[in-house]
Write a protein that binds this ligand. Sequence first.
Ligand code: NAD
Length: 301
Amino acid sequence: MRILVTDGMDKSAQAKLAAMGHEVVNQFYEPAELGTALRDFNAVIIRSKTKIRKQQIDEAKGSALQLIIRAGVGVDNIDVAYAEENGIAVKNTPRASSQSVAELAMAHMFSCARFISAAGATMRAGKWEKKAYSGGIELSGKTLGIVGFGRIGQKLCAMAKGIGMTVIASDIYHIPGIEEQLGMQYVENDELLARADFISLHAPAVNGKALICAENIEKMKDGVVIINTSRGTNVDEDALLDALNSGKVLAAGLDVFAQEPSVNAALYNHPAVSATPHIGAGTNEAQARIGEEIVDIIANF
Ligand code: NAD
């Protein structure tokens, strides 16, 4: 197969594909050129930067293109149904990055509780603001509310339990037996909003009203911490910014933004925000596992 890799991919997995006899080309294309370029390939591997929409599928359909692989979890950057209607299969690597994303969510929880991001920035600016950053809080003994209790939510639960947090979760689907197995409790979303000291989002991009919106923030405890490593559109950024400014929300840890790269400087520069540029799956281990899953997908295709 001729395989196009647009957003980078683990080098050892690329070497394996080459050893299997495939030709791998690393090249990013702007949206206007991508569809035509895809006509020369049998498969394309993308991360989150490349978007394959109806326009690109229309330009590529009827060619050799048979397979789109999203190296990661969310396939919201691909018009999946339209690709499949046109005979192009879409696959992803749903399990490979769960631990890495959960660890980043945990890191943002610690960062928010102890002002790690903001305090580090002031030290780089030559300041020693020990007093300003001495009013932190412990995670132990607090309640973590996980919205979307899938692969990543469950990994986060295990870590949070390990440091003494109480874990509650809301999900549109309840996995039988998991409450006893992981020592957590499913609750209705409104109960989660009212009880949680920390709220971490792990649902896919939800259509309609954002999971974190002004109305839902109202229902939360004063001084709640919000973490989002899911999808940027799950948070109404204006509502979050208002709540950070009023102090209703103590701090927020954000890896994903409504628009990426984010243009919301007021949000990512806010002293109570711990921000990262969508690096949830950005570990050597996750990328190696994603690479292995992709080699398997192509071998089985
Ligand atoms: P998953 O499919 O295993 O779990 C998602 C869970 O959310 C499911 O249990 C589902 O029932 C639940 N859900 C769906 N709609 C819901 C709603 N409206 N309210 C509450 N729960 C709802 O997915 P996952 O692998 O755990 O990934 C979770 C999120 O993390 C996705 O948004 C994914 O795109 C994102 N993600 C981000 C990064 C990153 O780099 N930051 C990397 C990987 C995944």
